[in-house]
Design a protein around this ligand. Structure first.
Ligand SMILES: CC(C)(COP(=O)(O)OP(=O)(O)OC[C@H]1O[C@@H](n2cnc3c(N)ncnc32)[C@H](O)[C@@H]1OP(=O)(O)O)[C@@H](O)C(=O)NCCC(=O)NCCS
Length: 158
């Protein structure tokens, strides 16, 4: 079944909240020292046969576009890839110089996914997750036996 990405509309708020809560323990995302309510941001939803299957939210600051969140309901079925194609196209058409994001040191699946989709690792922010935990105590201390401590910054330049 083909996946189609459409911009988030106010009618999608229930899915936006559900998707963010499932993936990030709430709608607030703690990254680079900020607590960002991703449910307030613009974004895209991946739809498969009229069912929402993934969400990406972003912030555009000048020519710098940040993916604040991305999550698929059923990983490995194409929603994440479709959402990246959508944001790359939108950002390029809007004159963005780069699309960037932050992931965490435990998330080796996401790191693989981003690099396979053109992202380049540009910085490691040591102990940034330890600091983010002060803003969002729900961030786990460990996942898959890996301590969550560092933020990895990746980008695609146009
Ligand atoms: C990271 C994440 C967003 C990636 O999204 P995704 O929907 O799983 O990504 P895709 O399905 O497009 O691609 C992943 C793989 O599935 C494959 N795939 C895509 N459609 C497929 C299908 N219909 N059947 C089988 N495989 C498929 C892709 O080819 C890709 O394979 P590869 O890794 O060998 O290249 C997703 O795994 C996720 O939500 N993770 C949990 C939340 C998270 O960690 N978010 C990132 C925070 S920084």
């Amino acid at each position: 079944m083909a996946i189609e990405v459409r911009p988030v509309t106010p009618a999608d708020i229930a899915y936006v909240q559900q998707s963010l809560t499932a993936a990030f323990h709430g709608t607030a995302v703690a990254v680079h020292g900020e607590l960002i309510d991703a449910s307030d941001l613009p974004g895209g939803i991946a739809w498969e046969d009229d069912e929402p299957v993934g969400l990406l939210t972003y912030r555009a600051v000048g020519t710098d576009w940040e993916i604040v969140s991305i999550a698929a309901d059923r990983p490995g079925t194409g929603a994440g890839g479709a959402l990246l194609v959508w944001i790359f196209d939108l950002a390029a058409r809007s004159g963005a110089a780069r699309v960037w994001l932050v992931t965490t040191n435990d998330n080796v699946k996401a790191l693989r996914f981003y690099q396979r989709n053109g992202f380049d690792l540009v910085a490691v922010h040591r102990d940034a997750v330890t600091r983010a935990r002060a803003l969002k105590p729900a961030i786990p201390r460990e996942l898959d036996g890996i301590p969550l401590r560092h933020e990895l910054e990746l980008e695609v330049r146009f």
